[in-house]
Design a protein. Structure first.
Length: 256
Protein backbone atom coordinates (compact mmCIF):
# COMPACT_ATOMS: atom_id res chain seq x y z
CA UNK A 1 0.00 0.00 0.00
CA UNK A 2 2.84 2.43 0.86
CA UNK A 3 4.54 1.60 -2.46
CA UNK A 4 1.34 2.36 -4.41
CA UNK A 5 0.94 5.66 -2.57
CA UNK A 6 4.50 6.75 -3.38
CA UNK A 7 4.08 5.67 -7.01
CA UNK A 8 0.83 7.66 -7.25
CA UNK A 9 2.52 10.78 -5.87
CA UNK A 10 5.39 10.42 -8.38
CA UNK A 11 2.92 10.08 -11.25
CA UNK A 12 0.95 13.11 -10.06
CA UNK A 13 4.16 15.14 -9.86
CA UNK A 14 5.20 14.02 -13.34
CA UNK A 15 1.88 14.94 -14.96
CA UNK A 16 1.84 18.28 -13.12
CA UNK A 17 5.26 19.10 -14.55
CA UNK A 18 4.05 18.10 -18.02
CA UNK A 19 1.04 20.41 -17.65
CA UNK A 20 3.30 23.28 -16.56
CA UNK A 21 5.61 22.71 -19.55
CA UNK A 22 2.64 22.58 -21.90
CA UNK A 23 1.18 25.83 -20.50
CA UNK A 24 4.59 27.54 -20.76
CA UNK A 25 4.96 26.33 -24.35
CA UNK A 26 1.51 27.58 -25.35
CA UNK A 27 2.11 30.91 -23.58
CA UNK A 28 5.33 31.38 -25.55
CA UNK A 29 3.53 30.66 -28.84
CA UNK A 30 0.72 33.12 -27.98
CA UNK A 31 3.21 35.81 -26.94
CA UNK A 32 4.99 35.46 -30.30
CA UNK A 33 1.76 35.53 -32.32
CA UNK A 34 0.03 38.31 -30.36
CA UNK A 35 2.85 40.46 -29.06
CA UNK A 36 1.81 43.35 -26.80
CA UNK A 37 3.15 46.91 -26.84
CA UNK A 38 4.16 49.24 -24.03
CA UNK A 39 1.46 51.79 -23.17
CA UNK A 40 3.99 54.65 -23.06
CA UNK A 41 6.71 53.97 -25.65
CA UNK A 42 4.85 51.44 -27.86
CA UNK A 43 7.83 49.08 -27.82
CA UNK A 44 6.87 45.50 -28.67
CA UNK A 45 6.74 43.23 -25.64
CA UNK A 46 7.30 39.51 -26.20
CA UNK A 47 5.97 38.83 -22.70
CA UNK A 48 3.03 40.91 -21.51
CA UNK A 49 3.51 42.47 -18.08
CA UNK A 50 0.61 43.00 -15.69
CA UNK A 51 1.22 46.75 -15.70
CA UNK A 52 1.31 46.84 -19.56
CA UNK A 53 4.58 48.79 -19.60
CA UNK A 54 8.02 47.75 -20.75
CA UNK A 55 10.60 47.24 -18.02
CA UNK A 56 12.26 50.59 -18.76
CA UNK A 57 9.03 52.67 -18.65
CA UNK A 58 7.85 50.90 -15.48
CA UNK A 59 11.16 51.66 -13.77
CA UNK A 60 11.12 55.26 -15.05
CA UNK A 61 7.75 56.15 -13.50
CA UNK A 62 8.22 59.05 -11.02
CA UNK A 63 7.52 57.21 -7.77
CA UNK A 64 6.33 59.36 -4.89
CA UNK A 65 8.88 58.26 -2.31
CA UNK A 66 9.29 59.92 1.11
CA UNK A 67 5.77 61.30 0.85
CA UNK A 68 3.98 62.77 3.85
CA UNK A 69 1.69 60.04 5.29
CA UNK A 70 -1.23 62.48 5.73
CA UNK A 71 -1.20 64.44 2.46
CA UNK A 72 1.24 62.54 0.18
CA UNK A 73 3.20 65.69 -0.63
CA UNK A 74 6.64 64.72 -2.05
CA UNK A 75 9.51 65.34 0.36
CA UNK A 76 13.27 64.91 0.43
CA UNK A 77 13.06 62.77 3.57
CA UNK A 78 10.30 60.67 5.18
CA UNK A 79 8.04 62.05 7.90
CA UNK A 80 5.02 64.29 8.45
CA UNK A 81 5.23 67.58 6.56
CA UNK A 82 5.08 70.91 8.39
CA UNK A 83 1.53 71.70 7.24
CA UNK A 84 0.15 68.35 8.37
CA UNK A 85 1.81 68.72 11.76
CA UNK A 86 -0.55 71.66 12.31
CA UNK A 87 -3.57 70.62 10.23
CA UNK A 88 -3.40 67.22 8.51
CA UNK A 89 -5.36 66.65 5.33
CA UNK A 90 -6.62 63.40 6.87
CA UNK A 91 -6.02 61.71 10.19
CA UNK A 92 -5.85 58.44 8.27
CA UNK A 93 -3.33 57.41 5.64
CA UNK A 94 -2.94 59.33 2.37
CA UNK A 95 -1.07 57.69 -0.49
CA UNK A 96 -0.28 58.78 -4.04
CA UNK A 97 1.72 56.27 -6.01
CA UNK A 98 3.36 58.70 -8.44
CA UNK A 99 4.34 62.34 -8.75
CA UNK A 100 2.18 64.13 -11.32
CA UNK A 101 4.64 64.88 -14.06
CA UNK A 102 6.34 63.28 -17.06
CA UNK A 103 5.16 59.71 -17.72
CA UNK A 104 2.71 59.70 -14.80
CA UNK A 105 0.90 62.78 -16.10
CA UNK A 106 0.74 61.19 -19.56
CA UNK A 107 -0.92 58.08 -18.14
CA UNK A 108 -3.49 60.15 -16.22
CA UNK A 109 -4.36 62.26 -19.28
CA UNK A 110 -4.65 59.16 -21.44
CA UNK A 111 -7.11 57.61 -18.99
CA UNK A 112 -9.00 60.80 -18.25
CA UNK A 113 -9.37 62.38 -21.67
CA UNK A 114 -8.57 59.67 -24.25
CA UNK A 115 -10.46 56.73 -22.67
CA UNK A 116 -7.23 54.73 -22.73
CA UNK A 117 -8.03 52.03 -20.18
CA UNK A 118 -4.65 50.37 -20.75
CA UNK A 119 -3.09 53.50 -19.22
CA UNK A 120 -5.55 53.09 -16.35
CA UNK A 121 -4.31 49.55 -15.75
CA UNK A 122 -0.74 50.88 -15.49
CA UNK A 123 -1.89 53.45 -12.92
CA UNK A 124 -3.91 50.94 -10.89
CA UNK A 125 -0.94 48.56 -10.74
CA UNK A 126 1.28 51.37 -9.46
CA UNK A 127 -1.38 52.22 -6.87
CA UNK A 128 -1.81 48.63 -5.68
CA UNK A 129 1.97 48.25 -5.37
CA UNK A 130 2.07 51.34 -3.14
CA UNK A 131 -0.91 50.11 -1.11
CA UNK A 132 0.82 46.80 -0.40
CA UNK A 133 3.94 48.63 0.75
CA UNK A 134 2.15 51.17 2.97
CA UNK A 135 -0.29 48.72 4.58
CA UNK A 136 2.17 46.01 5.54
CA UNK A 137 1.47 46.66 9.23
CA UNK A 138 -2.03 48.13 8.91
CA UNK A 139 -5.44 46.75 8.09
CA UNK A 140 -6.84 47.64 4.67
CA UNK A 141 -10.02 49.72 4.45
CA UNK A 142 -13.26 47.81 4.27
CA UNK A 143 -14.75 49.95 1.50
CA UNK A 144 -13.50 51.98 -1.49
CA UNK A 145 -15.43 55.15 -2.37
CA UNK A 146 -14.55 56.91 -5.65
CA UNK A 147 -14.70 60.67 -5.89
CA UNK A 148 -17.97 61.37 -7.75
CA UNK A 149 -18.41 63.41 -10.90
CA UNK A 150 -21.40 65.65 -11.39
CA UNK A 151 -24.06 64.07 -13.59
CA UNK A 152 -23.54 66.49 -16.56
CA UNK A 153 -19.76 66.02 -16.35
CA UNK A 154 -20.03 62.24 -16.34
CA UNK A 155 -22.40 62.32 -19.32
CA UNK A 156 -19.92 64.43 -21.29
CA UNK A 157 -16.90 62.31 -20.36
CA UNK A 158 -18.71 59.01 -20.61
CA UNK A 159 -17.40 57.53 -17.37
CA UNK A 160 -15.82 58.37 -14.02
CA UNK A 161 -12.08 57.68 -14.05
CA UNK A 162 -11.95 57.55 -10.24
CA UNK A 163 -14.67 54.89 -10.20
CA UNK A 164 -12.80 52.94 -12.88
CA UNK A 165 -9.61 52.96 -10.78
CA UNK A 166 -11.60 52.00 -7.69
CA UNK A 167 -13.02 48.93 -9.41
CA UNK A 168 -9.58 47.86 -10.59
CA UNK A 169 -8.19 48.19 -7.06
CA UNK A 170 -11.22 46.57 -5.49
CA UNK A 171 -10.87 43.53 -7.74
CA UNK A 172 -7.16 43.15 -7.05
CA UNK A 173 -7.35 43.79 -3.29
CA UNK A 174 -10.73 42.11 -2.73
CA UNK A 175 -12.34 45.27 -1.32
CA UNK A 176 -15.92 46.25 -2.27
CA UNK A 177 -16.59 49.54 -4.06
CA UNK A 178 -19.51 51.73 -2.97
CA UNK A 179 -20.87 54.51 -5.22
CA UNK A 180 -23.95 55.29 -3.18
CA UNK A 181 -23.00 57.65 -0.35
CA UNK A 182 -21.76 60.66 -2.31
CA UNK A 183 -23.17 62.96 -4.96
CA UNK A 184 -21.38 65.87 -6.59
CA UNK A 185 -23.30 69.02 -7.41
CA UNK A 186 -22.79 70.63 -10.86
CA UNK A 187 -20.11 73.30 -10.99
CA UNK A 188 -16.96 74.52 -12.72
CA UNK A 189 -14.39 71.72 -13.27
CA UNK A 190 -11.57 72.03 -10.74
CA UNK A 191 -8.75 71.73 -13.28
CA UNK A 192 -9.87 75.08 -14.77
CA UNK A 193 -9.72 76.91 -11.41
CA UNK A 194 -6.70 78.63 -9.82
CA UNK A 195 -5.38 77.43 -6.48
CA UNK A 196 -7.18 79.98 -4.28
CA UNK A 197 -10.56 79.05 -5.80
CA UNK A 198 -9.88 75.32 -5.42
CA UNK A 199 -9.14 75.82 -1.75
CA UNK A 200 -12.58 77.37 -1.26
CA UNK A 201 -14.21 74.07 -2.19
CA UNK A 202 -16.14 72.76 0.77
CA UNK A 203 -18.62 70.08 1.72
CA UNK A 204 -21.44 72.15 0.17
CA UNK A 205 -20.15 71.03 -3.24
CA UNK A 206 -21.16 67.46 -2.38
CA UNK A 207 -24.11 65.70 -0.82
CA UNK A 208 -24.27 62.62 1.38
CA UNK A 209 -26.99 60.31 0.07
CA UNK A 210 -26.61 57.25 2.29
CA UNK A 211 -25.17 56.48 5.74
CA UNK A 212 -22.06 54.35 6.11
CA UNK A 213 -21.85 51.17 8.12
CA UNK A 214 -18.13 50.56 7.51
CA UNK A 215 -15.82 52.28 10.02
CA UNK A 216 -12.71 52.34 7.79
CA UNK A 217 -13.03 53.55 4.18
CA UNK A 218 -10.76 54.94 1.46
CA UNK A 219 -11.47 57.73 -1.03
CA UNK A 220 -10.22 56.94 -4.55
CA UNK A 221 -9.19 59.62 -7.08
CA UNK A 222 -6.82 59.98 -10.01
CA UNK A 223 -4.98 63.16 -8.99
CA UNK A 224 -4.49 64.84 -5.61
CA UNK A 225 -3.67 68.54 -5.97
CA UNK A 226 -4.77 70.94 -3.22
CA UNK A 227 -6.59 68.25 -1.25
CA UNK A 228 -9.74 70.38 -1.04
CA UNK A 229 -11.94 67.67 -2.58
CA UNK A 230 -10.57 64.93 -0.36
CA UNK A 231 -10.89 67.09 2.76
CA UNK A 232 -14.51 67.95 1.98
CA UNK A 233 -15.41 64.34 1.26
CA UNK A 234 -13.62 63.13 4.37
CA UNK A 235 -15.74 65.43 6.55
CA UNK A 236 -18.93 64.22 4.87
CA UNK A 237 -18.03 60.56 5.23
CA UNK A 238 -17.18 60.97 8.89
CA UNK A 239 -20.50 62.74 9.42
CA UNK A 240 -22.11 59.76 7.70
CA UNK A 241 -20.63 57.19 10.05
CA UNK A 242 -17.02 56.54 9.01
CA UNK A 243 -14.46 56.54 11.81
CA UNK A 244 -11.35 56.60 9.61
CA UNK A 245 -11.03 57.90 6.05
CA UNK A 246 -7.90 57.15 4.00
CA UNK A 247 -7.10 58.76 0.64
CA UNK A 248 -5.73 56.80 -2.32
CA UNK A 249 -4.69 58.62 -5.49
CA UNK A 250 -2.73 57.65 -8.58
CA UNK A 251 -0.63 60.84 -8.68
CA UNK A 252 0.24 63.80 -6.47
CA UNK A 253 0.44 67.24 -8.10
CA UNK A 254 1.98 70.29 -6.48
CA UNK A 255 0.76 73.76 -7.48
CA UNK A 256 3.27 76.61 -7.46
Amino acid sequence: MAYRTQRSKRLDSYFRQCDNRTMTWWQTILDLLFADTCVLCSQTQLRRAEHLLCAFCWAALPRNVNACPHCAIPQTSPGICGRCQLQPLTSGLCIAALRHHAEARTLVHQLKYAHNFRAGISLSRAMSQTVHLRYREERLPGLLIPVPLSYPRQILRGYNQAAWLAHQLGHELNIPVFHGPLKRKPGTPQHTLPRHQRLRLNAASFALRAPLHTPHVAIIDDVLTTGATSAALSKLLKAGGAERVDIWCATRAVLD
